[in-house]
Design a protein around this ligand. Structure first.
Ligand code: ADP
Ligand code: MG
Length: 911
């Protein structure tokens, strides 16, 4: 999935929210937790700045704004948000303006100027936020997740007894950084158990964790600026910046003892370092390092692809990093090459200059490897983390002892110490388990609490479960519902009668018939006198739904309209008007539906197709077009149920786990380049029988890096040299909407027999006469995506074929593709996909609302996940004297949730 899209969404969302905030949203209780409008939106600002630096300072573009415009206007509105009084107290009004002005000229800045500006802004915002939080008036409204400071006070006295009931622990303690005396008490509680306690006790334990990094010894303004690029601003950030890996420097070998196939570390002295552009391939930059130890000498190399690395300056900097005589640790996999023994893709790190004693933090033990970014060295991050470790004692474990004991979790301080510097593999595993638990636990707390809040909401929309419209629809439908469809329809109709708004996700494989199920919901809304909206992520898909609905709704004498980005102004106006008067009962569209001027007179149901392609915030936006309307979301990326409950813990989940009868399995074959002719023969045979064919390519234009056939060139080639006797159509994402529509219509009307396409056809395109799906460079697609693509055929009664072309020689790639030959089951395929690529890749971290876990793996850590879910449920269900949810009993946990929530939700929940 394209990460740029999610950023666009974030930016656009901000623009839309700014407007919404202007017409004041206080009147309506919103489902999503809200940031008080009197404060700048720290989280989103930081998020945007973070994304910009991750993306390489390219001034990323949203639909409505560029990054720089967004930041500039947000800074100005942020300044405005702080009342005049507070601005005076904060004494930094000018800085807001200066920064905003500098962002106005962002596009003229050089790469490094941009880097500096972004880092500077991040730091400034961090400090400004701290200042704002410490002001009483603001602090009261402070939390990003849920304000509730008054609540905490009232509940804390009663908390002790109930906590003992639930977990047999001690009464809760005051929150972090409360006052000096409690900090002093905490100091005594530092664990004595570990060999890292030396580090922990090295300096005084009294610093609050929210101090800026410059507070640490050895970190000045310059280094802090670099660290800000990694999102590290406070001491707490450093403590919670987990290693992505560890190098076992204890397993050192001498150069002469290198054995191919082993992963090892050598410590050696630099003899020579070279960095130069490849004479043969101008895109390639080579880096050679010659080192020696007492046993032998070795040359290791690295390659850098891309124009950026060709700059002399960059190359010189590389050389300066490894001056002759410096001691380096090199680790990696030992390989036998035709030039002799080598270390593949080595990690190289300077340990110290010649004659320096080698730092005991790095050599002779397991050393953490942190995620880095350009210009921020391993050494800097490691030293910063080490410097922050003594502050870990100021961490109060929000999890009560009883809960920790019950679930076998180590203390937070120990876990943090050990995740950075594990004394043993076992310690690392326990530390990791604890921190993984935390990641899941707070996510579950957040989701479950949100779900509770939703359930407590009232909707004015209530619908009768049957009625003539639904009956009439069943009559005009040319088929009978499957058992699974009937069951899900029933679940939906039950929800629609409740006083709490429905929040249901329907999962179902491609072609399982989710759309018709949604239509029943839509009809229930209409016959109860409400309007309904159906939102799809692309114009192609929205169009498709629209055509289906028109077909059915004509028979029911119901008007339906389509609203997308390319709807003409006159039509648009007419639609707006008819929505407001209520004349128009159903509107289908893309995200154009959530654009501001669209107002419904009486929106009762919102259906969202391919929900993972929309941000949570966008969904919430559509919901706000009515008075807590019912929400039905559909997804064709089915995931195992436990996982679904985890990720969508705030939704009810229905599954359509049965395909309509008569569907034949699609014959799927993986083909190498030599079998291309066979593929074309099959295509000719099918077309001779009146069938049609999709040919899908991964990219629109010839990529420099990858030798991929572009759709445009492939179209020309196929039309002119392979199938001159046929009509070959072309569809890709860069075409105008009108051209896209023309291409699809021509294919649907069988004017073209072959449609060459990019993945635009992936979702929803429905041409039952198509029986062959040929996918080029299949190895470049995820399995779930291949499954989606394959779902474009096999929609009629005929035998269909899916041909996966690949020239890949990779064993793993082939294994992956074979899954497609073996299975047609979307659940199984998505599970395999997750095993191969990780859930984040499969579901698209941001779009799906799937959290950015730092440590946890949704595939590997299922057991901990279940525990965390149980624990979170228990906590929320604990009885409180006030009748509020149980979390209010544990202020530390509640505070921690607040702190983590936005991050856990991948920044998706920003309203
Ligand atoms: P999905 O959105 O789940 O991929 P669709 O709703 O687009 O699936 O349905 C795929 C095709 O199957 C459509 O042409 C639809 O009309 C048809 N269909 C849906 N339900 C049934 C059924 N019970 N029996 C036969 N055909 C069905
Ligand atoms: Mg569909």
């Amino acid at each position: 999935m394209d990460p740029a899209t999610s950023q666009q969404l974030a930016l656009d969302q901000q623009a839309a929210d700014d407007k919404a905030a202007a017409d004041s949203s206080a009147s309506k209780p919103s489902v999503a937790p809200s940031v008080p409008s009197a404060l700048p939106d720290w989280v989103r600002l930081q998020k945007a700045l973070g994304v910009e630096s991750e993306r390489g300072f390219n001034n990323i573009e949203g639909h409505q704004q560029r990054f720089s415009e967004f930041i500039s206007s947000s800074l100005l509105s942020g300044l405005k948000a702080l009342s005049a009084n507070l601005q005076n107290q904060m004494k930094d009004g000018n800085k807001w303006k200066t920064l905003a002005e500098r962002f106005d000229h962002y596009s003229e800045l050089s790469f490094s100027q941009r880097q500096h500006l972004v880092a500077d802004t991040r730091r400034f915002l961090h400090q400004a936020r701290q200042a704002a939080d410490s002001l009483p008036l603001l602090a009261e409204r402070g939390g990003a997740y849920r304000g509730g400071s008054a609540k905490k006070n009232s509940s804390s006295s009663a908390a002790g007894s109930t906590e003992r009931k639930a977990f047999g622990g001690k009464p809760p303690q005051p929150t972090d950084g409360a006052d000096k005396s409690s900090a002093a008490k905490r100091k005594k509680k530092a664990p004595k158990t570990t060999d890292v306690t030396g580090l922990l006790n090295r300096s005084d334990s009294n610093h609050p964790l929210d101090r800026p990094l410059t507070y640490l010894k050895g970190v000045g303004a310059y280094k802090a600026e670099k660290l800000a690029k990694l999102g590290l601003l406070s001491v707490r950030d450093a403590l919670f910046y987990y290693p992505r890996d560890y190098i076992d420097y204890a397993r050192q070998v001498k150069i002469k003892d290198l054995v191919p196939g082993e992963t090892v570390t050598i410590v050696a002295t630099v003899k020579r370092c070279n960095c130069f552009s490849s004479p043969r391939n101008p895109k390639l930059t080579m880096f050679d390092l010659t080192v020696y130890d007492s046993s032998s000498r070795l040359k290791v190399n690295r390659f850098f692809a891309g124009a950026h690395f060709r700059s002399r300056g960059w190359q010189e900097r590389q050389k300066r990093l490894y001056p002759p005589g410096s001691i380096v640790a090199i680790s990696g996999l030992v390989k036998q090459t035709k030039y002799g023994i080598n270390i593949d893709n080595p990690e190289i790190e300077v340990l110290g200059g010649e004659g320096d004693s080698i730092d005991s933090l790095t050599v002779g033990r397991v050393v953490p490897v942190y995620p880095l970014t350009e210009g921020v060295g391993a050494d800097l991050v490691r030293k910063t983390v080490v410097a922050s470790l003594p502050s870990a004692v100021a961490l109060q474990d929000p999890l009560p002892r009883g809960l920790r004991e019950k679930y076998g979790l180590v203390d937070l301080v120990v876990a943090i110490a050990h995740i950075h510097f594990p004394p043993s593999a076992e310690d690392l595993a326990t530390a990791r388990r604890r921190l993984v638990f935390d990641e899941f636990f707070y996510l579950q707390l957040g989701l479950l609490r949100r779900r509770k809040e939703q359930q407590q909401q009232q909707t004015t929309v209530q619908m009768a479960p049957t009625g003539e419209l639904i009956d009439a629809f069943y009559k005009v439908l040319p088929f009978k519902f499957t058992g699974a469809q009937q069951r899900v329809v029933q679940e939906i109709l039950n929800d629609l009668q409740a006083t709490a708004p429905m929040n249901r996700l329907v999962q179902g494989d491609v072609g399982s018939g989710k759309t018709v199920v949604a239509v029943v919901g839509i009809l229930a809304a209409i016959q109860a006198g409400y309007q309904a909206a159906l939102m799809a992520p692309t114009e192609v898909l929205a169009e498709q739904h629209y055509r289906k609905l028109v077909e059915w709704f004509n028979l029911l004498h119901l008007p339906v309209e389509l609203l997308t980005g390319s709807t003409k102004t006159a039509k648009r106006k007419q639609i707006h008007k008819e929505l407001m008067t209520g004349e128009l009962p159903v509107l289908v569209g893309t995200h154009a539906l959530i654009e501001d001027p669209v107002k419904f007179s009486n929106l009762g149901l919102v259906a969202i197709d391919e929900q993972h392609r929309f941000g949570v915030a966008q969904r919430a936006k559509l919901q706000q077009k009515g008075d807590n309307p019912h929400v039905l979301t559909l997804t064709a990326t089915p995931i195992p149920r436990t996982l679904a409950l985890t990720i969508h813990g705030d939704l009810d989940v229905s599954q359509i786990d049965e395909l309509p009868p008569g569907r034949k399995a699609i014959k799927t074959t993986v083909l190498g380049g030599r079998e291309r002719a066979d593929a074309y023969d099959l295509i000719r045979r099918e077309i001779a029988q009146g069938r049609q064919v999709y040919i899908v390519l991964p990219l629109v234009e010839e990529s420099e890096k990858l030798d991929l056939r572009s759709a445009i060139e492939e179209h020309v080639r196929l039309q002119e040299t392979i199938f001159p006797e046929l009509h070959v159509g072309l569809l890709h994402g860069r075409m105008s909407s009108a051209d896209k529509a023309t291409a699809i219509t021509a294919f649907r009307e069988q004017e073209t027999q072959i449609l060459v396409s990019t993945t635009v056809v992936e979702v929803g395109v429905d041409v039952p006469n198509a029986t062959v799906m040929l996918i080029e460079h299949a190895e470049r697609f995820g399995l779930s995506q291949l499954h989606q693509l394959r779902g474009r055929v096999g929609r009629g009664g005929d035998q269909s074929f899916c041909l996966l072309m690949t020239s890949s020689k990779s064993e793993v790639a082939m294994q992956r593709l074979r899954v497609m030959e073996q299975s047609q089951d979307g659940f199984f395929i998505s599970e395999m996909d997750m095993r191969f690529r990780g859930p984040g890749q499969v579901l698209g971290t941001r779009q799906s609302g799937l959290p950015d876990f730092a440590l946890a793996s949704l595939v590997e850590d299922q057991e901990v996940l279940e525990l965390a879910r149980t624990a979170a449920t228990k906590v929320l269900e604990a009885e409180t004297p006030s009748g509020e949810d149980g979390l209010t009993l544990w202020p530390l946990m509640e505070k921690e949730l607040e702190r983590r929530y936005q991050k856990l939700m991948g920044g998706a929940i920003l309203t």
